[in-house]
Design a binder for this molecule. Structure first.
Ligand code: SUG
Length: 442
């Protein structure tokens, strides 16, 4: 099942992510939160229409007034906002980011088939690489508990300690390969650096995920060490704008599709994965630099595609519109469809507003493998069907602005609009109270 993050009312371009080239490039431009949310919702609908199970994760409360108060701004909500805008516009921007839309960073999830106690294990990512992202963890933890409430089937862990050796970015650096979803798979954890040992690291941009964090998540989830592989991403690529592994690789079932430079040592990664996988061959699809350069991959987000199993058989690659505009990428994709590979279909989608902040189709979704019994106990209020699609589309049109600039983030009316929208949303999704303003009063 894919859980997509619904884009929040404050979606904007504040350039908050150092090392994320799109975020830096589009800093200060005008956003369109309504279009962003509708694009994300239409993507969900596209996957649902392909016959896949699709669900929704709610956006977080923004502006995060509670955080601004913790940082010393006081008075009425309007005074908190104007005080922050005057004294610390960067903090205000961080407290207004709609970054929870990128659900691949919400958590790492291991299905029951892989874990020692047979439960689905979830660890919300601490996202300590940036303040705007680190703010997400507490609400994410509450949301996941509200959706996967039954502890007979779901084990919730606390985010890892919020110190640098445990920088954790969730499923953006985690892929599961398997012969069938219901049987034990191989979990691949990709890290950028080792915190507690020497090794190669990026020089310019931050290395967000540590080996120590990945290992801790694997331990917490009770994964079989023989079926867990830890691989270092090529540090040069972080410096070229590959801030998460899902910008340069995507895997599902027996397929791992990646750029030839994605890993520090691809041959070893392939050998370890094949060994852990067993007899059945893993289908490694490697895109050479001679066909698509790392820069073209980062600009088009080719590897941030969703690789999904179609109920009708075969796989589809859900690529962002930007791939169509890149001649080398588009020609590689054209040839892919002519070859004998498990990928039979290409679906192009428009998530331009998210892409301009460095978030493609794969960033927007969190994959959760569930058995029929587990699916039966998940809070079904978040499952996307025709009626939820229609309700959310109307809800977006009712509450979202079609234009937002940095200066408008301090507008007290935006806070009121956002809270009104979110209060209504928790009713639509049947989630109960999950937001600070609902829990502690506005
Ligand atoms: O963490 N962008 C996000 C994009 C996350 C993409 N997710 C995955 N690759 N899975 C990030 O860099 C930009 C926000 C801003 O500038 O306001 C931002 O946070």
């Amino acid at each position: 099942m894919n859980f997509d993050g619904l884009v929040g009312t404050t979606h904007n371009y504040a350039g908050l992510s150092f090392g994320n080239l799109a975020s830096q490039r589009n800093a200060g431009t005008v956003s369109n939160p309504r279009a962003a949310a509708q694009q994300g919702l239409r993507k969900m609908k596209t996957l649902r229409d392909l016959g896949l199970c699709q669900a929704v994760l709610p956006p977080h409360e923004r502006p995060a007034i509670d955080v601004l108060r913790r940082l010393g701004f006081s008075g009425s909500d309007a005074t908190v906002l104007s005080g922050a805008a005057r004294a610390a516009p960067d903090l205000l921007a961080a407290c207004c980011s709609a970054s929870s839309m990128w659900a691949a960073n919400a958590a790492t999830v291991s299905p029951g088939a892989d874990t020692a106690d047979g439960r689905v294990h979830l660890t919300p990512a601490n996202l300590i690489s940036g303040l705007h992202r680190a703010l997400e963890a507490p609400t994410t933890a509450r949301v996941l508990r509200a959706i996967f409430a039954d502890e007979t089937y779901f084990a919730h862990h606390a985010p890892l300690p919020t110190v640098e050796p445990f920088g954790d970015e969730g499923a953006a650096n985690h892929t599961r390969l398997c012969s069938e979803y219901g049987v034990a798979g191989v979990e691949l954890f990709v890290y950028d650096r080792r915190a507690c040992a020497a090794g190669r690291t990026p020089r310019h941009y931050p290395a967000r995920q540590t080996l120590e964090a990945s290992q801790a998540v694997a331990r917490l989830h009770g994964l079989n060490p023989r079926r867990s592989v830890f691989a270092q991403q090529n540090p040069r690529l972080v410096d070229a704008g590959v801030f998460h592994n899902d910008v340069i690789a995507v895997g599902n079932a027996q397929v791992l599709l990646h750029h030839e430079q994605a890993f520090l040592d691809s041959a070893t990664v392939h050998r370890q994965l094949q060994q852990a996988f067993g007899e059945l061959p893993v289908c490694f699809m490697v895109v050479p630099e001679a066909r698509v350069t790392v820069k073209q991959a980062v600009d088009s987000y080719l590897f941030n595609s969703q690789l999904v199993m179609l109920p009708t058989g075969g796989m589809a690659l859900i690529v962002p519109e930007e791939c169509r505009r890149s001649p080398p990428v588009w020609s590689w994709l054209g040839e892919l469809l002519e070859q004998q590979t498990p990928i039979r279909r290409l679906v192009v989608i428009d998530v331009r507003e998210s892409m301009r902040n460095g978030g493609g189709p794969a960033c927007l979704r969190l994959r959760v493998v569930l058995t029929a019994t587990e699916l039966g106990v998940v809070n079904a209020g978040v499952f996307l069907d025709e009626s939820l699609f229609a309700a959310l589309s109307a809800w977006i049109d009712r509450h979202y602005r079609d234009r937002l600039t940095a200066a408008e983030l301090a507008d007290p009316a935006l806070l009121v609009e956002s809270r009104t929208a979110l209060d209504e949303l928790t009713g639509i999704l049947r989630l109960g109270s999950i937001y600070p303003f609902q829990l502690h009063g506005a």
